[in-house]
Design a protein. Structure first.
Ligand SMILES: Nc1nc2c(ncn2[C@@H]2O[C@H](COP(=O)(O)OP(=O)(O)OP(=O)(O)O)[C@@H](O)[C@H]2O)c(=O)[nH]1
Ligand SMILES: [Mg+2]
Length: 629
């Protein structure tokens, strides 16, 4: 029975000290770690057994620099320690996770935790890094000075965990005193003096400053000119690699889907069920699933950038640009995570102290092109270029659409930030540059695996359901006509298309594309599903045609008068629409929760939808005036 009396141990420490790594090692779980500050923004709980078989509850807290902070994630950490956080019991023991290589900055929090009167054990982490820097650590001295147990560990290699578990066994050490406060007028100064003394005694720096490899790399990656060139080159290579490496597995998947459809086609008798599977489910789900390789590659590259430590350098470079948008460097990581998915990105804004800046960041986060847009981009971008043109050109176009979303987000952030007025709270951005590290493959693979599973799960549930509904909508009501085009026009979906057409025609789309846009307000990938279902039927008169390749089918689509439906101009207009439209119910729900107001979420939705429409209109009509087509 999970008794409520289960004793609770909280992991406290500065951001990036290795708390989650330790949490995972102790509880054998796989919470997300990353080599930059602010990865954990909510309290995570797990269970473990001590050396004596005693069961403990472990809490992984968000990193914080002090216990008086104003940003939501640091407040969560403080409240959890004080037992003031709803749903989490007051910890019976706090393990202060300290990065041994930067004790000067990290011990302050340890002192504050001791002052709270909670029993404390110090886990002196990253001893490997400290050693490489030539630091001479003296854990015994530190323990003696503070009167709390100190255990040197290396969390990512599982070293020292046995000793740590021993220190966590019952009875817990008694709360330590805080003699540094005795007779002190200003606790802040008293703590600073104490930290200096402790470092002098227990963490002696080598005589001369050694230039580490990280220092050397940083001279290049943080260089005002070369740093930016490297940044652009790295990002561009990621896009290029996604386009070129994904090609082989993608052809394989789309080939198998085609074969499957053909095989079922020959095995099953004609009829509605046959049609449901061959014309509804397979093209509908298939149009999304073929992009699995791109999703996997995107998350693989994000994982590599995160764990190597490069992400923190990118934040450093972007700091100046962020300031121009009225945001601080703290907004960079939330915005960057939004390229994967806006939801964790919006959650990560909890690291931002300023409430107003946080709102603005939440507002613009969905314009960082998320991975759900990738299937749409990958379907459409190649239509702009001749299929044979190199993948670097396609990568350049894709890069361009990412830049468009990002720059527009910065402009809107600036305007909005200006309107919200100045901030009362102080806002300090302290960017730590962690050391460069080799990739941690096991975490990366697990994370990529999770993402791939989530993507497939969505395809197997939401997308599957929508495919079935779409198939029904275009099969019923039935006509007697043999002509597929007539049947489509007569069907429910054809009627919806006819209704929508006047609205989307000024943007260069017909009713079928309009229907696909409409359905993608549930989730963006549904665009492909709808296109897959509608255009599959349209073109399948020709039984010899390669049914699997949706792109070939939509290149051949025409208006009733025979003009091509997808011209470069209408494709650009469509892509622009997808860059800006907020088509994700889950994001809106998270925005409402994190901003604490439905109005904010609704306003964001309305703004982005109208913006997308107008931007697309300007592109299409403007292009026409310029004689483009
Ligand atoms: N070299 C070395 N790296 C470590 C050690 N422990 C953790 N790391 C790495 O340090 C980085 C940060 O680890 P996390 O566990 O995410 O840190 P955190 O304290 O949870 O950070 P926040 O959630 O941002 O507060 C990761 O890249 C870890 O793999 C260690 O003992 N030695
Ligand atoms: Mg963490």
């Amino acid at each position: 029975m999970s008794a409520p009396s289960l004793e609770t141990v909280a992991l406290v420490g500065n951001p990036n000290a290795g708390k989650t790594t330790l949490f995972n090692a102790l509880t054998k779980s796989a919470a997300h770690v990353g080599n930059y500050a602010g990865v954990t923004v909510a309290v995570k709980s797990g269970e473990m057994f001590t050396a004596h078989g005693q069961k403990l509850r472990i809490l992984d807290l968000p990193g914080c620099y002090s216990l008086r902070s104003t940003s939501p994630d640091e407040k969560i950490a403080r409240d959890a320690l004080m037992g003031e956080l709803e749903g989490t019991p007051k910890p019976d023991l706090a393990i202060c996770v300290v990065d041994a290589s930067s004790m000067e900055r990290q011990l302050n929090l340890v002192l504050q935790t001791i002052e709270l009167g909670v029993p404390v054990v110090i886990a002196l982490n990253m001893v490997d890094v400290a050693e490489k820097q030539g630091l001479r650590l003296d854990p015994a001295k530190l323990s003696e000075e503070l009167n709390v147990p100190v255990v040197p560990i290396q969390a990512n290699a599982g070293k020292g965990l046995v000793d740590l578990k021993q220190a966590m066994s019952h009875p817990f050490p008694p709360p330590a005193e805080s003699p540094w406060l005795d007779g002190a007028e200003d606790p802040e100064t008293a703590r600073r003096d104490m930290v200096a003394r402790l470092c002098e005694l227990a963490a002696r720096r080598p005589g001369e400053h050694q230039q580490t490899l990280s220092d050397k790399l940083d001279r290049f990656f943080l260089h005002p000119v070369f740093g930016w060139l490297a940044f652009i080159l790295i990002m561009f290579s990621v896009f290029w690699a996604i386009f070129s490496f994904a090609k082989i597995p993608m052809d394989l998947i789309s080939g198998s889907i085609g074969d499957l459809a053909k095989w079922i086609g020959t095995k099953m008798p004609e009829g509605d069920l046959h049609s449901l599977i061959v014309d509804g489910i397979i093209p509908g789900v298939g149009a999304v699933v073929v992009f699995l390789p791109q999703i996997v590659l995107l998350f693989l590259f994000i994982g590599l950038l995160e764990s190597s430590g490069y992400m923190a350098r990118a934040a450093y470079l972007m700091d100046g640009l962020m300031a121009k948008a009225g945001l601080s460097g703290k907004a960079f990581l939330p915005l960057f995570s939004s390229y994967a998915c806006a939801i964790p990105g919006i959650m990560a804004t909890r690291t931002i102290d300023s409430a107003k800046e946080r709102l603005v960041t939440i507002f613009v986060a969905p314009w960082m092109s998320c991975s759900a847009r990738l299937p749409v981009y990958f379907l459409l971008v190649p239509l702009l270029l001749d299929g044979k043109e190199g993948s670097w050109k396609q990568a350049a176009v894709l890069f361009g659409f990412y830049v468009l979303g990002t720059l527009s987000a910065f402009v809107v952030a600036r305007v909005l930030r200006g309107r919200l007025g100045p901030d009362k709270q102080p806002n300090h951005f302290m960017l730590e540059l962690p050391l460069y590290r080799g990739p941690q493959w096991s975490y990366i693979f697990r994370h990529v695996g999770d993402r791939a599973m989530a993507f497939l799960k969505k395809a197997g549930t939401l997308i599957l359901g929508i495919s079935i509904v779409l198939w029904a909508l275009q099969t019923f009501p039935k006509t007697d006509s043999e002509d597929k085009g007539e049947q489509l026009a007569h069907s429910a979906i054809g009627r919806v298309g006819a209704l929508i057409e006047p609205v989307v025609k000024p943007l260069g789309f017909d009713g079928r594309t309009g229907t696909a846009i409409l359905t993608s307000f549930a989730a963006r990938e549904t665009f492909n599903t709808t296109m897959g279902v509608i255009f599959h039927v349209e073109e399948s008169e020709d039984e010899e045609a390669d049914r699997a390749n949706l792109r070939d089918q939509i290149t051949q689509a025409t208006w009733p008068d025979g003009r091509a439906l997808f011209t470069p101009l209408s494709v650009v207009s469509l892509l622009v629409f997808y860059v800006f439209a907020l088509q994700c119910l889950a994001t809106s729900a998270v925005v409402a929760r994190e901003s604490g107001s439905w109005k904010w979420a609704a306003g964001q939705f309305a703004f982005m939808s109208v913006f997308a429409y107008v931007a697309s209109l300007i592109v299409y009509q403007g292009g026409h005036l310029l004689g483009l087509h």
